[in-house]
Write a protein that binds this ligand. Structure first.
Ligand SMILES: Cc1ncc(COP(=O)(O)O)c(C=O)c1O
Length: 414
């Protein structure tokens, strides 16, 4: 029987077909059956090994024996799941241990963990923009200024706050002068400002110059009665960028007021977090819906993350960070000898190789697959038309043979 609901399902199906016809569907995912060799893990797909050149696990920590052992030990001690949200059935000690470690790692008063980096960004932006109830003292007389290429979770966090258009502004990508112009032009219009940016931009591996941004903010603080708050999402920076893996802040020797990170990339586990001073964390624990009303990460993920941070801070971690840098430099050296080049200068393990045309890029990705290498194409509209790229992500565990094979495959498959 055809019902009104059937008509709705037809509409959904037509929409999925429209996406398919544009060639931008994402749901045909590779199914990885397992991983080979722990030291240089390959993904096994259809029984065949694949070199992984598209993972955020920049240090290979998700396969590290101590990280996996710590995950199992935490599950044995606390159970497989959190049981309930923290204010209902109590907070597992391992969550507090992890939060204290994260705060110490980033040189802050306190940290709070979330189910993901995405959930952390939604919470921080909503709660810092919005009065949380009619009686709340924190009002929404705020201007949010966001880098034009910020991650989707920042965009959605700002959307969630539902501020009128005049309270949302965008500054040109990586342009601290443009930020300054906006701050000066908007002077006197609002009580306070939130400036929000990615630390590392995931499509091109570019870094926001946080020192310049901090200087602009310091110069303009006096223009707003409640000042300017700097929020940085450094999900691709924490654990991997900077001499000791503290992220983009370490590179530019400055700190955000609110720093968002993930446990699910360089730290090899799962979940997200915020570090800040105690006042901000206390306020966010009282107001973040994705923290109060949503389960935390599993105890196993917390145990794994704790072990991963300890490794990053150990002599072994130092070596892994050095390998990551050396491998990235070796990739660039080899690429320079080929007919390919980067879409943007990047010192991060994200290495965006410019291809240009969408069909050519797709063909190359298929070629890589046929040669047993997993890479990802980043296509219009995520990047401007004609700037399609293959995003290579270098791992500290790649061998020189692996890197040479990746560059050779660009040549062989064009
Ligand atoms: C810049 C940035 N922020 C936030 C996230 C979300 O992190 P998570 O996967 O922990 O939700 C990502 C992940 O893709 C990211 O690249």
């Amino acid at each position: 029987m055809t019902t009104n609901h059937t008509h709705f399902l037809k509409l959904l199906k037509r929409e999925t077909e429209r996406i398919d016809s544009l060639g931008i569907a994402k749901r045909q995912e590779n199914i990885i059956e397992k991983f080979g060799d722990e030291k240089n893990p390959h993904a096994i797909i259809d029984g065949k090994p694949f070199l992984i050149a598209n993972s955020n696990d920049y240090l290979g920590l998700r396969h590290h024996p101590i990280v996996k052992k710590s995950e199992i030990e935490a599950s044995e001690k606390y159970g497989a799941g959190p049981g309930a949200v923290r204010f209902i059935s109590g907070s597992l000690k391992i969550y507090r241990d992890l939060e204290k470690r994260l705060a110490q790692f980033h040189g802050r008063d306190d940290a709070m963990i979330f189910s993901s980096g995405f959930a952390a960004n939604l919470a921080a932006l909503y709660c810092l923009c919005k009065g949380i109830s009619r009686d709340a003292l924190v009002t929404s007389d705020v201007l949010v200024i966001s880098d034009e290429l910020n991650h989707r979770s920042i965009i959605d966090g700002i959307r969630l706050a539902n501020l009128p258009k005049e309270q949302r502004k965008i500054f040109s990508h990586l342009d601290a002068d443009d930020l300054k112009n906006i701050l000066e032009e908007s002077s006197g219009t609002r009580e306070r400002v939130i400036v929000v940016t990615d630390g590392v931009f995931s499509m091109l591996g570019e870094l926001q110059n946080l020192k310049e941004i901090r200087e602009v903010i310091d110069q303009c603080q006096h223009l707003y009665p409640l000042g300017i708050t700097l929020m940085v999402d450094d999900c691709h920076g924490v654990g991997i960028s900077g001499k000791t893996g503290r992220g983009t802040e370490e590179i530019f020797d400055t700190q955000a007021d609110v720093l968002v990170g993930t446990l699910g990339k360089a730290l090899g586990s799962d979940g997200g977090y915020i570090v800040a001073d105690q006042t901000i964390i206390d306020y966010l624990r009282e107001s973040s819906a994705t923290y109060i009303y949503s389960n935390n990460i599993s105890p196993g993920s917390a145990g794994a993350a704790l072990a991963a941070i300890n490794i990053v801070d150990s002599p072994e971690g130092k070596k892994l960070l050095e390998s990551s840098r050396a491998n990235t430099e070796y990739f660039q050296e080899k690429l320079k000898q080929s007919s390919f080049s980067l879409a943007a200068p990047s010192t991060h393990p994200i290495q965006p190789v410019l291809i240009g045309d969408t069909q050519k890029t797709k063909k190359l990705v298929d070629g890589f697959y046929d040669h047993g290498i997993l890479v990802t194409n980043i296509s219009y509209p995520v990047v401007p038309k004609g700037r399609d790229e293959i995003r290579i992500q270098i791992s500290a565990t790649h061998t020189t043979d692996d890197i040479e094979k990746i560059v050779r495959t660009f040549q062989n498959c064009q």
